[in-house]
Design a binder for this molecule. Structure first.
Ligand SMILES: C[S@@+](CC[C@H](N)C(=O)[O-])C[C@H]1O[C@@H](n2cnc3c(N)ncnc32)[C@H](O)[C@@H]1O
Length: 250
């Protein structure tokens, strides 16, 4: 059995699997498509695969990295890449800029859900984010559950391509996926509606009965009038449709 080194331990804790597949890097940057000159945060920049590709497109990049060893590497390489500022810090706590910005991130899968939650709650200047997550986590966040329904009136969460484990070095044990987080230009509900909407979702996702109609205590015909199957179950309703059902039933 090969001997373990301190470097192995650090790689495991910080999940240092770096993007190696240049086609995946190109797809991530194409999906981000930052406008010229826009500010892009690369959260968990590692050796800079994404930082370098974004900077090559003429964008300003703030590369945030927790591991001092990779901060040093980034600082030595970044001057050759373009307008890159390296920030030694934690992606879950580093202050976000006051101006508008985009986010690209392939951070450890273990912090992926927390990172997305932070983008949804704290990133007021965010215009678009592309985050690589463990595939199951990406599908859970964007799919037919309460999390996606809670955020859908204000954000579009979309799962794009699979990022196969073999796109990384070293190769991790699970596949990833690209998730985009985009604030809606026209929100489907006002922020003031949130407490009532949240109570409505509690009924929809935790009430008694199997069907949405039973849980919301409405006639199946009321859902049919909104274009939903009479026997729709909560998980089968697309997240963005909940705002419409809420508005119609309120
Ligand atoms: C999976 S690697 C990917 C690196 C690079 N983004 C890429 O695609 O090749 C994740 C990187 O995030 C760093 N990292 C881990 N936890 C972090 C945190 N809380 N904040 C910022 N960076 C973190 C790790 O040290 C590592 O360099």
């Amino acid at each position: 059995m090969p001997r373990r080194t301190p470097g192995d331990a650090r790689r495991r804790t910080l999940s240092q699997n770096f993007l190696h597949d240049q086609q995946v890097v190109a797809d991530i940057v194409a999906t981000l498509h930052p406008p010229p000159g826009a500010l892009v945060l690369d959260l968990g920049a590692g050796a800079g695969a994404l930082t370098r590709a974004v900077a090559a497109g003429g964008n300003r990049v703030l590369a945030v990295e927790l591991d001092p060893r990779w901060v040093g590497v980034l600082r030595s390489r970044a001057p050759a890449w373009g307008d890159v500022t390296v920030v030694a810090g934690d992606a879950l706590h580093v202050p976000f800029p006051a101006e508008r910005f985009l986010v690209v991130s392939n951070a450890p899968y273990a912090i992926g859900t927390k990172l997305v939650r932070r983008l949804l709650t704290d990133a007021h200047g965010l215009t678009r984010a592309v985050v690589v997550l463990q595939r199951e986590a990406a599908l859970r966040l964007a799919g037919g559950g309460r999390f996606a329904a809670s955020w859908a009136p204000w954000f579009e969460l979309t799962v794009h391509r699979r990022v196969p484990a073999r796109a990384f070095r070293p190769v991790p044990s699970v596949d990833g996926a690209m998730l985009t987080v985009v604030p809606r230009a026209q929100p489907l509900l006002s922020p003031a509606a949130y407490p009532r909407y949240d109570a409505f979702l509690t009924a929809a996702f935790s009430g008694r009965g199997n069907t949405l109609a039973r849980r919301l205590n409405v006639r199946p015909s009321a859902l049919a009038a909104l274009g939903l199957p009479r026997d729709a179950t909560p998980g089968a309703v697309p997240p963005e449709v909940y705002a419409r059902v809420f508005t119609a039933l309120e």
